[in-house]
Each structure stands twice: as C-alpha cells, then as structure tokens.
Write a protein that binds this ligand. Sequence first.
Ligand code: AMP
Length: 466
Amino acid sequence: MTDATATSAFATLALAPELLSNLETLGYHEMTPIQAQSLPLMLEGRDVIAQGQTGSGKTAAFGLGLLSRLKVSRFRVQSLVLCPTRELADQVAGEIRRLARGMHNVKVLALCGGAPFGPQLGSLEHGAHIIVGTPGRVDEHLRKGSLSLAELNTLVLDEADRMLDMGFAEVLDAIVAEAPEDRQTLLFSATFADSVRPIAERMLRDPASIEVASTHDESSIRQLFHRVADNEARFEALRILLLKYRPESSVVFCNTKREAQEVSDALNEHGFSAMSLHGDLEQSERDQTLVMFANKSASILVATDVAARGLDIEALDAVFNYEIARDLDAHVHRVGRTGRAGSSGIACTLYTEKEDYRLTKLGEFLEQTLTPEPLPSKSMLTREPFYARMATLQIDGGKKDKLRPGDILGALTGDGGMSGSQIGKIKVLARTTFLAVERDVAKTALAQLMNGKLKGRSFRARRLKS
Ligand code: AMP
C-alpha cells in the first residue's frame, strides 16, 4: 500500500487531455489519497474495493475511472453507479457531469426511487451512457425491459455498506446478474464491515483493496490558537494569518451579524475579496454569495454560525475563528469544515485575555491542553493581499429560456476564442445563470456574451462585484 498522505498531480495518470484540463478548471490540482491509490489500478482495468467516506474524493475517483473507459460515440449504457439514497445519487450524477464537462455529449441519467417513473422511461428511450441510481428503481427498469446492461463495462457500488444495511443485498444480486461478466466492478464502502465481504467476493474479481485514513481525523486539521491584545490587534492578526497562509477558500467565523459585516468590509478595504454571510441578508443575496464563494470569485466568507449552518461548503483550506465560539459544539463544527476531501486544513482561533476562560472550557471540552502559539511575523502585512482567481458573470436567462451550461461554454470557447480552462463553474437557475471565468478574461467574456447570441437570442449580462 502506498503512503496515504502522499499527494500527486493528476497529470501523472494516463487520463485523456480533456479530462485533465477540466480537472484544472474544477480546482482539483492534486489527487486525494483515495484517488492516488485507486485511479492507477482502475485505469489498468482492475476491480477495486476501497474504503472511503464522503469527503474523501471517492466520487471523482470512480467517476474518472468510468469516464476513462467510456466510448462516447457508442450511445449505450456503459456505466452503472448504484447508491443507497436519492440524495447521494443526485450528488454523484452532478459530480460525474462536472467531471465530464470537457468531453462532448456525455449523457448521465439519474434513476431514483421516489421520482415519477414515466419521465424516466422517456429519458431512457432517448439513451444514456451512464446511469446513477438507487437499486430498487434500477432493478424495476431492468425487469420492465426499459434498461439494458448488455454493454455495461463499469459497475460501481457506492456506499455498499449502507446499501446492505438498507436490505438491498438481493436486489443487488439481481442487478449484477444482468451485467456482463467481463465488466470492471468498483466497490466503495465507509467501513469494511463483515456484511460487505461476501458481496465483494461474489461481485468482484481479484480486487485490489484500498484503505485510507478518515479525512476527519485530527491529523489532517491543524488547530492553532493565538492570543491577541485587543480587538484592533484581532483584526491585524487575521490579516497576518490570511497573508501567511493565503488560502484559496476560507471562512472567518464571527459571533455576531454586525461583526461579520464589519470584518468583511474591513477585509475588502484592505484589498481582499471577502463576502459576508449572515441572517440580515435577503435570500437572493445569500444565494449569490454562496455561488460566488463556491465558484472561487470570493476567497473569504465571513459568516455567523447560524448563517453557515447546514451549508455545503466543500474543501475549505482554512477556517478562522475571529473569536472563540460561544457554544463549544459550534467550535467543533467550524473547525470540521476544513481539511476535507483528503486535503489538510488549518483552523486558527483568535482570542483576547477576556476570553481566557473560554479557552480553558474549550480545552476541557476537547480533552486537550490548548496552548497559544505566537502569531507569524508582522512583516506579513507588507505582502500583497491576494485576490480570488475567478470573477462571476450573471446572465439574465436560465433553464426557462432553455439555456444549458453547454450553450454558454460553446459560445465562449467557439467563436469566443476562450479556452475551456478559463471557464469555471456554470450554475444555471430557473431565470438566471452564474458563470465563473478567470478574472483576466472577465471583460472579454462579458463582451462576448453581450454581443453574441445564446440559443439564437441576446441576453443581458453583467459582472458581479467581488
Ligand atoms: P466526495 O468524497 O466524492 O463526496 O468528494 C468530496 C468533495 O471533494 C467534492 O466536493 C469534490 O468536488 C471534491 N474533490 C474531489 N476530488 C478532489 C481533488 N482532487 N481536489 C480537490 N477537491 C476534490
């Protein structure tokens, strides 16, 4: 087994250039441990059984594996991913679509229980390359003859332990019986529970086993505590830490809405690209902020705990606690948001003398002795602030206008002359679209969108402030 902490570039793999360049636009520069260990084996055609939790980057691991075997010109179901729940299946389908963005016309279809059957029949008649679904519904389509696995080359069992816990063992057997023998099978499971072994033996051929350490263990998150003299020193300390670590995406947690707004404003005055997230924002402002943070047009989110609750912010490089959280559970939640996807993260907590007692309480709660560390040198303050890599353009058209990400990508890369790698996440909502492009080409892209046509129509567009 290779060193679980080793990271390496995707470019070391024999992946198609269009997959590799798209990974860059997604901001996936290095493989996560599970990817580094499983992808070379998958690309060799081996069956793989891997232990990996959500957040480990497992979806991209099997997604890249199955996309590498896909023959797009052959419009038949070639890959099937089975997931325990509809939510997970939707997430997996979304991630595979993102990974496939550089390839033309890859059709990914989700087939889940709980959704109406009729439209799924229609979609299946139109054809698909990749099916992501829940076992019950996939089995139903097989029995009704609306789905054929005759040309399947890759079968993925995602969260196999959960599917077994949910009583899907027999259904899985029935599905596998419909798949060709010479397929590749990839099994992912959070645990290697005893229940998983028999199914692995039945369904996989000479599998390679991969185990990586949980990404949420303490070793992947470095917690540092810094004692500061007063509130003024607190803000300066935050700047010093930002300038030292230069995280591409980070969250600064504040205890009040007012403070979140003030810190965000002050960071912007000092040349950073920060946005605030708190309960006083309108829903539309909040949505916009989250889109811009997720697509890397804003690198720092300044948030209250309440506003950040339940947010699905992935892959933060750093978390800063502007103060110690009032609620100790909240501290653990804040810190747990970094160090995801197998990458390491840093969590810095600032506090003043007045908060000494809170540090003691936090130490008791965490059952650790928390000792303050000196701040990095003030010379950091002379460094240039960093800006977000991307900018967001908003187009006044969306799904209701039949706009799809491909139309926008096509308009900019075709006549627009931009390269796919300069374009980031494209989020098409009902009536509006948010498009991330590299800052340097934002002007050109905006001009192209305003002067050109999408779906034969002109749409208004603007650059959002970040
Ligand atoms: P998963 O474990 O598949 O749920 O993935 C967790 C998150 O990590 C997802 O948001 C992915 O988009 C992200 N991710 C996967 N692979 C990488 C990578 N190599 N670098 C950065 N982020 C990644």
